[in-house]
Design a protein around this ligand. Sequence first.
Ligand code: DAH
Length: 369
Amino acid sequence: MENLEDLKSEILNKINHSAVLKELDDIRVSVLGKKGKLTEMMKTLGTLPLEEKISLGKGLNIIKTKIEEAIETQKKFLEEKALNEKLKSETLDVTLPVRPETQGRIHPVSKIYEEVAAIFGQMGFEVAEGPDIEDQFHNFNALNMPLNHPARQMQDTFYLNNNPNKPFDMETAYVIRTHTSGVQIRTMEKQQPPIRIIAMGRTYRSDYDATHTPMFHQVEGLVIDKNITLSHLKGCLHDFMKAFFELDDLPVRYRPSYFPFTEPSIEMDIGCLKSKTELKIGAGNDWLEVLGCGMVHPNVLRAGGINPDEYQGFAFGMGIDRLAMLKYGIPDLRTFFESDVRWLKHYGFTPLDFSSMTDGLSNNGGLAR
Ligand code: DAH
């Protein structure tokens, strides 16, 4: 019997010191398995005289039960220990940033480029381009602004001296484009209707204050097809403004105006609320001018090689910087072009926030912090 006690404490000791489930199972097999120590001992019972058989059998059974209980308890303990270790190794610190903050920023003007292209892109417009250095035919003449046309004075043009060896010739000098409208002509020269394009880019005028800089940005639009009417213009531009300002109920109004290249010419206003300290885009008692537009003048179509008796179109032009100032509450245009990284960090956008009509235009006004 003493032997049995020793055996029992030896086995229980092993069980209680097992560190992993595999080790515990090996112990179980070595004691209780088919060829286990205890099983073998039980097999010998048959050969013993009755008395011994009874007392040894009893002793062995008690040990067996004790060992089974000990294995069960240790198993639970080791299982729990293994689970805790697993959970510990898989812990996520939700307070950590997903990725390190990006340092670079997208300039608000680039952001507006993306947004405008996303909106008109979804309406089926293509993006067209033209040169910054432009001849006067494309910048003025073909747009129904011949030399000495009074409208030329509306734009404080930068002229370039084409040939430094000759005296400056006002009539043949190139200009740096005063607007993107020249791309209308360049597109008509290249492409037959139907035409549906926007053109975005740099434009230049000799002007400088809080809302004017010598270089600024415009987006031009041109649609030419058969049976295009003023209603198409109004619907298209209202849809654009609603999408751009992310306001479904944005009120707009159209006022008669004058541009040489459109007839009739119109200016578009959006509703807003002006107070001493704030400008809120949306419903209110005030109006803000946002763009010029109109039906393409027959002379312009002719200059672009398109028959005005067969085709009509509408065009529009607006300032991208102004759109950025309005949408993102940036008060001074001059700061756009000062390349101050602190300004860019404040007003810029994180590079991975793409603008799209389905996933969000400005990513919930997602200004970088
Ligand atoms: N080119 C004009 C400007 O710079 C803007 C403009 C007005 C463009 C009416 C257009 C238009 O295409 O139809 O002030």
